[in-house]
Design a protein around this ligand. Structure first.
Ligand code: ADP
Ligand code: ZN
Length: 435
């Protein structure tokens, strides 16, 4: 077992984890109260002092924080150390609006590398592996995060970054990469380009992938595993908390273990803010309890999921979170029915289509319409018009029965939907343009 399996933490009894979290939480609350006016003002408004937060059970007393708070204090208002102690800045990719910025001290970078090393280790990576990182390097946390984890555990790291798919393929092949880190949608694009360029599975040495930064389904996991002959692991994180490595999958692939010695996870009702019991679906909320520069507390991620505290078959006792099914703001409301893009992805892949799809939502005569566009192979595309129409109808029926709302389907030629080398853009909501 590689060094970055840390059983003293990863398999510690729950009470020990909670006790450690309580101490670290209390110390963090004290620090931010003393150093960050934002937290002090918020706590004072609720009549709270740092002494009121001594254990994890006191966490609920603290106010939530959200993306708007980062925007309001942009750029450095939530930092708990002076800028001279900050050695790195990152910014969110700005998927949902104005970008936000976070900072790291040397120690923060260190613990982040530990989190990512744990994730890689849980996916079977050790110092004999060649880790191909095609997450973007730069202000986006994906590239540098995975990179630091791979170096930390002594693997051979290939910092390819995103883009230039042909070159990625040459590198995958020639350098004998064994572990691939990128978004799941880009992994699919890489696989398709690989085979289209005449390579076979024997030309590559991949054995595992760590895919994250966007929602993806278990159906997509199976597709990637088959296409690339690998095991595909999920990895979760966000810039505001630290970046990738907040939670990671183990060999059981039954939820992602949260690195609970650094982060506390809660699930809340997104409408009322009430903390929900284990197993109930709601919005994931994280608190940082070891970070120096940017220790955000009770941050509302807008990601929807569940958590479970039971011991995993792998032996880890770290709480597991489900695959997030998407963000509250990705949820489409179509004629009053809630639809997540991930539900559509499930249907597409179950019906044998690929995950190269796009969802176009529009409003026609005050009536919401939804069109699912999906790429098909050249062989299928050269089918007769009648054949294609039948396929579209069949898919429409499958979608209708799962979503409870009618959607139009359009099958498209390969390579019509622009491929992103990072996070895939799944939804075009024309209604927003009309509002
Ligand atoms: P942005 O908020 O601009 O997209 P980030 O790069 O920080 O910036 O993205 C973090 C978000 O990406 C998470 O809040 C979540 O919505 C999504 N995400 C990250 N990892 C996963 C994952 N494994 N599964 C689903 N969604 C993920
Ligand atoms: Zn496990």
């Amino acid at each position: 077992m590689a060094r970055y399996y840390q059983p003293e933490i990863e398999t510690a009894p729950r009470e020990a984890i909670r006790a450690l979290q309580g101490q670290r939480l209390a110390a963090t609350v004290r620090r931010v109260y003393d150093r960050v006016p934002f937290y002090r003002n918020r706590m004072q408004a609720l009549g709270l002092t740092p002494e009121d937060v001594r254990t994890v059970d006191d966490l609920h007393k603290l106010p939530f924080s959200c993306k708007q708070d980062l925007r309001d204090t942009y750029p450095y208002g939530l930092f708990a150390v002076p800028l001279r102690d900050v050695v790195r800045l990152h910014a969110s990719s700005g998927t949902t609006g104005k970008q936000i910025v976070t900072g790291y001290t040397k120690r923060d970078l260190d613990l982040w590398a530990d989190c990512c090393a744990r994730a890689l280790t849980a996916a079977g990576c050790d110092e004999t592996d060649v880790v191909h990182v095609s997450y973007g390097y730069g202000l986006f946390t994906g590239g540098l995060g995975a990179d630091a984890g791979a170096i930390r555990l002594g693997a051979t790291t290939v910092p390819v970054s995103s883009g230039n798919t042909q070159r990625q393929i040459t590198i995958l092949r020639d350098f004998g990469s064994t572990i691939l880190c990128c978004t799941p949608s880009y992994a699919l694009h890489l696989a398709e380009t690989l085979y289209a360029s005449g390579c076979t599975r024997d030309d590559i040495s991949l054995k595992a992938g760590l895919f994250g930064a966007e929602p993806w389904t278990n159906q997509m996991r199976r597709q990637l595993e088959e296409l690339l002959g690998i095991r595909a692991y999920d990895i979760y994180g966000l810039t505001e908390i630290i970046g990738p490595g907040v939670a990671f999958e183990c060999s059981e692939q039954a939820g992602m273990h949260v690195n609970e010695d650094h982060f506390i996870v809660e699930v809340i009702d997104p409408d009322t803010g009430e903390v929900l019991p284990e197993g109930q679906q709601g919005e994931l909320v994280f608190s940082c309890i070891t970070k120096e520069a940017f220790p955000i507390l009770r941050y509302r991620t807008r990601d929807i999921g569940t958590i479970s505290h039971g011991t995993c078959a792998c032996g880890r006792t770290l709480t597991r979170m489900s695959k997030p099914r998407g963000r509250t703001d990705d949820m489409l409301i179509i004629r009053g029915v809630n639809v997540f893009p991930s539900q559509i992805e499930t249907v597409l892949l179950e019906q044998g289509y690929t995950a190269n799809y796009r969802i176009v939502v529009d409003r026609e005569n005050n009536f919401d319409s939804i069109e699912v566009q999906v790429e098909i192979s050249n062989e299928i595309f050269s089918d007769t018009v009648r054949g294609l129409t039948e396929k579209e109808k069949a898919l429409e029926e499958a979608l209708k029965s799962l979503l409870g709302v009618a959607a139009r389907v359009r099958l498209l030629e390969p390579n019509t939907i622009a491929c992103s080398t990072g996070k895939a853009v799944r939804v075009v909501d024309r209604r927003r343009l009309l509002d």
